[in-house]
Design a protein. Structure first.
Length: 344
């Protein structure tokens, strides 16, 4: 299967250079305009918290709730806090720093990762609230539901493994000097930003190739958001659905995060040997809980919808079937050839 996908992508990129170039431009624009301005300061902040020893003080304050609710050590506190407030994938970047400093065991980091990677308040308010639904209050409401669903996901998954885990080595320096910590944090933030930009770009290319097919399928807009979150959210007003249904779909997409975000998380934690088994299921659960809570809120209190009027639907992009056709044709040709060889 992996060979089939590799060859299919190669032929699609080879046959459709114009569509790929458009996807690269869209991905780089998305990274420069929306993602990095919101995320880069938090990348630096997370590095400083870990390197200067400030994370230790935060850990002592959060030790009791983390242990009782999530069966996590105090050292996970910075990842949980920044993961809930900093935006995708600040939580994973913080976990990476904690693992590099030997403050957290891989098993505990994997469990914390099930719920500490969330959209930021700014993303929910500015992009989802204002740009998609035309209301900042809508974005704030969706963020509150999103954060609560993440914490509930942790209660269901992070505490499932209750066996004692080997803790990281605690015989370490209390913290670097500020100058050294600041330089190291900025360098680490630059590496993380490059990773985020690369994944946003390649998934924008894939979305450009597949968009014509996805837009013709029932629920295709939801599939777009499942691939790359921002593009999927911006396309939601194209769906002929009532406001409550659109908000419920937006909650699910925010919880799931999209494949682009999930691969960013995996790339940041892969150097530490974390396979993150069950991570996709955790994000599906996060999205499902957020969607269920949103739908229940609007059912119990219909007046909430009065503050959630969507803005005018954007114009649908012109369909270019070349890239999608090339990708599907490559998959069909390679798959057919494989079947012939098997039969022979």
């Amino acid at each position: 299967m992996k060979l089939l996908l590799s060859f299919a992508l190669f032929f699609a990129f080879l046959i459709c250079p114009a569509a790929c170039a458009e996807g690269v431009r869209d991905g780089l624009t998305l990274a420069a305009r929306d993602a990095l301005p919101a995320l880069f300061p938090f990348f630096v902040a997370s590095g400083l918290l870990v390197r200067t020893g400030a994370a230790d003080r935060l850990a002592r304050l959060a030790a009791r709730p983390l242990a009782r609710l999530y069966h996590l050590p105090p050292a996970a506190a910075p990842a949980v806090l920044l993961g809930l407030t900093g935006g995708y994938p600040v939580g994973a970047a913080t976990l990476s720093g904690l693992l590099a400093q030997k403050l957290l065991s891989p098993a505990d980091a994997a469990r914390a990762c099930t719920f500490c990677n969330c959209a930021s308040p700014g993303f929910c308010i500015a992009l989802v609230g204002l740009r998609v639904f035309g209301s900042a209050r809508t974005g704030a409401l969706l963020y509150a539901i999103h954060a609560l669903a993440a914490l509930l996901t942790g209660l269901l998954l992070a505490r499932a493994d209750t066996e004692p885990q080997a803790r990281a080595d605690t015989s370490r320096p209390t913290g670097e000097g500020f100058s050294a910590a600041f330089c190291g944090a900025v360098q680490q933030a630059a590496s993380t930003a490059l990773t985020v930009t690369a994944f946003l770009t390649i998934f924008s290319v894939l979305l450009t190739l597949l968009r014509p097919v996805l837009y013709t399928l029932p629920g295709g807009m939801l599939l777009c958001g499942g691939i790359e979150l921002t593009n999927g959210l911006l396309a939601l007003p194209l769906l002929p659905l009532p406001t409550g249904a659109l908000l419920t779909l937006a909650s699910f997409l925010l919880g799931f995060g999209g494949l682009a975000v999930q691969f960013q998380v995996r790339a940041l934690l892969a150097p530490h040997g974390l396979a993150l088994r069950g991570f996709v299921l955790a994000k599906l659960l996060h999205g499902a809980l957020a969607a269920a809570m949103t739908a229940a809120l609007f059912r119990l209190s219909p007046a909430v919808l009065s503050a959630c009027a969507p803005c005018a639907a954007p114009a649908a992009p012109a369909a270019d079937w070349t890239g999608a056709a090339a990708l599907l044709l490559a998959l069909f040709a390679i798959g057919g050839r494989k079947k012939v060889k098997t039969a022979v």
